[in-house]
Design a protein around this ligand. Structure first.
Ligand code: ZN
Ligand code: FE
Length: 254
């Protein structure tokens, strides 16, 4: 059994404290900064065994060194990229396993936003940490990789079980949802989700996690073969990758 605690960091980042209940092993996903993580660890756990990073951007690794220094944590990260993760100890590649106590995480390499980007997927716990690759109702900007890499990475995530809960790196859900709705105008499920999202944000609650099943029905970046979406872009005869590339471009300008 694993417990996930959402920690708000910086202006719109999410870090996650993950605790394996059977063994008491504690980790943090993408500590943006030291203090909010330290407060939660000090209050509830008193230790931090592992720091897990999805990619090298500062808003995902900012707390690494200070947390490592205070708690003696081991830093688990991607074996891809150019050694940009502060304090890296254990480097993992696609398909490799990381054990948080008894909770098994599979590493899935999902380049596009950055070349080193990985996700941590626990099939048994039905959770995945997708960093800045798959957001709720969106996907990350392409900084280092190609459109094709980002598209393939999203396709990889689409193949995991649909009841998996997605934990991403930022609270971008509402603005992402507004973009989805500007293209996928008649999607009733999307409209319902946007209402729920607004309710949560009004209560100052995170809109994360969300199930992969819900994302597949509402996130246009996962719906590039949908007839209505293709039609609204005037791209009825285009490939999924062409539709994805167009959507990513439109989102950059949204
Ligand atoms: Zn990033
Ligand atoms: Fe980020």
């Amino acid at each position: 059994m694993i417990a996930v605690t959402v920690i708000k960091c910086l202006s719109d980042n999410y870090s996650y404290i993950i605790a394996d209940k059977d063994t008491g092993t504690v980790g943090v996903i993408d500590p943006s900064e030291f203090e909010p993580i330290d407060i939660e660890i000090d209050k509830n756990y008193k230790k931090l065994d592992f720091i897990l990073n999805t990619h090298h951007h500062g808003d995902h690794v900012g707390g690494n060194l200070e947390l490592k220094k205070k708690y003696g944590s081991k830093v688990v990260c991607s074996k891809y990229g150019k050694n940009q993760i502060p304090g890296a100890d254990i480097k993992k590649g696609d398909g490799e396993i990381f054990l948080l106590g008894k909770t098994k995480f599979e590493i899935i390499h999902i380049p596009g936003h950055t070349l080193d980007h990985i996700s941590f997927f626990s099939k048994n716990s039905k959770i995945i940490f997708t960093g800045d690759t798959l957001f709720s109702l969106g996907c990350g900007r392409i900084f280092e990789g190609t459109l094709k890499q980002m598209f393939d990475s999203l396709e990889k995530i689409k193949k995991i079980p649909k009841n998996t809960m997605i934990y991403c790196g930022h609270e971008y859900t509402l603005s992402n949802g507004n973009f989805c709705l500007s293209i996928d105008k008649e999607n009733i499920i999307l409209k319902k989700r946007i209402k729920e999202i607004k309710d949560k944000l009004n209560k100052n609650l995170p809109t994360i996690p969300v199930s992969l099943a819900d994302e597949i029905e509402t996130n246009i970046f996962l719906r590039c073969d949908n007839k209505k979406i293709k039609n609204s872009l005037d791209m009825n005869n285009s490939s999924k990758l062409e539709v994805f590339s167009k959507l990513r471009k439109l989102k950059d300008e949204f």
